[in-house]
Design a binder for this molecule. Structure first.
Ligand code: 4AD
Ligand code: MG
Length: 461
């Protein structure tokens, strides 16, 4: 007896005897003397047809079961006389592994809304759409790792527990081992906490990735990051995954090229490897999906200095109105990003050289001191997918910026050591994995690309 998955059965080259298939019933139809099952084990989008005739051991138990029950089928894989499938299984033995009461099983054979399915994340991946989503997510993740591996990057693991706020935006989740009634920001109490100082969940693995890049050369991290941003938008989650390459001896333009090549390569690979699953999204979720993906894959990304973006947006603002009028010195809002990408250029745009005043301490100050060597990659539909920069490698300049931002220099002594001993130009970026997945699938809410989304007031499952 050889156990095979549904995808292996569907892609078989020849008939096979003595196989074992274990899966969940998607639908069951009883005809005179026969039961026709469509079963799925999550290995692919398509179901496998199983035919159990009434003489088969286990037939009677099966009769009482329907959608959602799990079964174990022994039998042969034979050519299917029916339309729509090449192979089917003729059962010799059918066993019910787990029953599912049709009165209460929430997944009925009809389309459920995304909102409804969010409330049953424990069963959501058993639907066609969320099964496909999770397989695409897996392939995209694997493709990212392969890309870096093939380009000579080392995978490094940044810690999740940290004592520093990389982005300086104060969107940190605190971590404490003290009982709630004892917790306090008072340094005397803090000393008694687990680490003896304030501790947080990381917002970015960048600072430790810089350490590794300044030793190993080319590295990347790919891990969960956490932000207590209280923005209830379709693009923000409190826990999301970030891909962060960090490259020694690279300048800003080198990592802009890297970001473009990475995005195009992984989207292209997964478009092929999960073509079936993606077709579901192109048919039922977003009719313009293939065109949007073509646009990203086929056109060179525009490189646009921030100052030019502002001028362009101000000109556009004379003809149409933005909710937030554009001024030099402000951060671009979603409506501005979308205008640039979807209307003006109609392809991805990389905005670079932002005003120093709106960017974190670690970004390299450009000549003249007004701007920093920062870049954001903006894609259609999702807006900012990548944020990165060349890092300030000059000890004195970096120290002055940190002081100006009121940072505790002693706390960052280790980080400054990278500049104190053998400093090198280096650059990196963070790519929001869920945002890329939103682009890939056309899904417009981040809650539907994360298997278990964490957002304000939502910590279920
Ligand atoms: O632009 P951000 O804040 O950059 C950094 O954290 C840098 N330290 C990264 C680096 O240079 N190594 O975040 C990077 C990306 C954003 O462009 C966005 O795609 C994603 O992370 N992101 C979020 N995704 C989902 N939910 C949120 N709350 C996100 N915040 C940022
Ligand atoms: Mg950013």
């Amino acid at each position: 007896m050889k156990q095979i998955s549904v995808v292996e059965a569907l892609e078989a080259q020849s008939p096979r005897d003595a196989i074992l298939v274990q899966a969940w019933i998607r639908t069951k139809r009883d005809a005179k003397g026969f039961s026709f099952l469509e079963v799925n084990d999550g290995s692919c989008l398509k179901n496998l047809q199983v035919i159990v005739d009434q003489g088969t051991p286990g037939y009677d138990q099966l009769l009482e079961q329907g959608t959602g029950a799990s079964v174990s089928i022994q039998g042969s894989l034979v050519e299917s006389p029916g339309k729509g499938q090449k192979w089917e299984v003729q059962a010799d033995l059918a066993q019910v592994l787990g029953t599912a009461d049709p009165e209460t099983y929430p997944l009925q054979k009809k389309r459920h809304s995304d909102e409804f399915l969010r409330g049953i994340a424990q069963l959501r991946p058993r639907t066609n759409k969320y099964g496909a989503m999770n397989r695409i997510r897996s392939d995209l993740s694997w493709s990212v790792h392969r890309y870096f591996h093939e380009h000579g990057f080392f995978c490094v693991h940044s810690p999740v527990l940290t004592g520093s706020d990389c982005e300086g935006a104060g969107e940190l989740f605190r971590v404490t081992a003290l009982e709630p009634d004892r917790f306090s920001a008072d340094p005397k109490i803090m000393e008694q906490d687990f680490f003896g100082k304030p501790a947080y969940l990381t917002v970015s693995g960048q600072l430790t990735a810089e350490v590794m890049a300044c030793s190993l050369g080319k590295v990347y991290t790919f891990g969960p990051t956490f932000r207590a941003e209280n923005s209830n938008t379709p693009r923000h989650a409190a826990e999301f995954w970030m891909i962060e390459p960090e490259v020694a001896f690279a300048d800003l333009s080198a990592i802009i090229d890297l970001a473009e090549d990475l995005i195009k390569t992984v989207l292209g690979e997964v478009r092929t490897s999960r073509a079936d699953d993606l077709e579901l999204f192109a048919r039922f979720v977003d009719k313009g999906l293939n065109q949007a993906l073509d646009e990203v894959l086929d056109s060179p990304f525009v490189r646009l200095p921030y100052a030019e973006a502002v001028t362009l947006l101000q000109e556009a603002g004379e003809k149409r109105s933005f909710e937030y009028p554009v001024e030099y010195g402000m951060d671009l809002q979603t409506e501005h990003e979308r205008y640039l990408v979807e209307e003006h250029f109609q392809r991805p745009v990389v905005v670079f050289d932002y005003p120093a005043s709106i960017k974190p301490f670690y970004m390299r100050v450009n000549d003249g001191g007004e701007t920093v060597a920062a870049m954001d990659v903006l894609l259609p539909r999702v807006g900012e997918v990548v944020g990165g920069s060349q890092r300030e490698e000059r000890l004195d300049v970096l120290r002055r910026r940190m002081e100006a931002q009121g940072m505790d220099i002693e706390e960052y002594r280790w980080y400054l050591d990278l500049r104190r001993y053998g400093t090198v130009p280096h650059s990196g970026f963070g790519l929001g994995f869920e945002r890329l997945l939103m682009l890939m699938t056309g899904v417009h809410n981040i809650r539907d690309v994360l298997p278990f989304p964490r957002t304000p007031k939502h910590l279920q499952f």
